[in-house]
Design a protein around this ligand. Structure first.
Ligand code: ADP
Length: 192
């Protein structure tokens, strides 16, 4: 099995690259989606979160109250780290389970904005990073989300830097041009 890890910051075009890879027949494992699934009612990660942070992080229906949890970890680095550990370990486990369920002749793509060590870097055979100039990313995210320029810029600045992403990548995809140009690059690297 070929396992490609695709990563990159917000607005770089990471999801678009995954969609292109899916159109070539690759099986996409979306870490963002898994991160949402693992905190659903009855899931392991939610139980671990409640064990540590207490039942006050649940709403009346027993679902995770994200606002409350964000509030708790917002200014407490230790608690944030504990939450990240719970999330990353559970996402890693799901990624590994999904990979194990695939056939050997399939190509899998693990699409993750945070290139975690266990469950991403230690399972993928190659890392692709998708990058674009900051102004291009801001414009694209503003159009997609309705956020303001400053809100998007804050998000970009709070995330991992392009230099970091590049330092862990084998392949750098520069997405400053059209979607057609992006498709050509992805095609080249996929069929290399
Ligand atoms: P990410 O997953 O990295 O946040 P997306 O793939 O969702 O980024 O891309 C951000 C937005 O920009 C989306 O609305 C997407 O359709 C658009 N987009 C991505 N690449 C291009 C491109 N080359 N030209 C124009 N729009 C693009």
């Amino acid at each position: 099995m070929r396992i490609i890890g695709v990563t990159g910051g917000i607005g770089s075009g990471k999801s678009t690259v995954s969609k292109i890879l899916a159109s070539f027949g690759a099986h996409i494992i979306d870490a963002d989606r898994l991160a949402k699934e693992i905190v659903e009612k009855g899931q392991n990660a939610l139980n671990e979160i409640v064990d540590y942070f207490g039942p006050s992080v649940l709403n009346a229906e027993g679902n995770l109250d994200r606002k409350k949890l964000s509030h708790i970890v917002f200014k407490d680095k230790n608690k944030l780290e504990i939450l990240n550990n719970i999330t990353h370990n559970n996402v890693a486990q799901k990624i590994i389970e999904r990979l194990d369920s695939l056939d050997d002749n399939e190509t899998a793509v693990v699409d993750a904005p945070i290139p975690i060590k266990h469950g991403f870097l230690d399972v993928v055979h190659e890392v692709w990073v998708v990058t674009a100039d900051k102004e291009v990313r801001i414009k694209r995210v503003m159009e997609r989300s309705g956020l303001t320029y400053n809100e998007v810029e804050d998000r970009i600045n709070s995330q991992l830097s392009d230099d970091f992403y590049k330092s862990i990548s084998n392949t750098v995809i520069i997405n400053n041009g059209t979607v057609e140009e992006l498709l050509l690059q992805v095609k080249n690297y996929y069929y290399l």
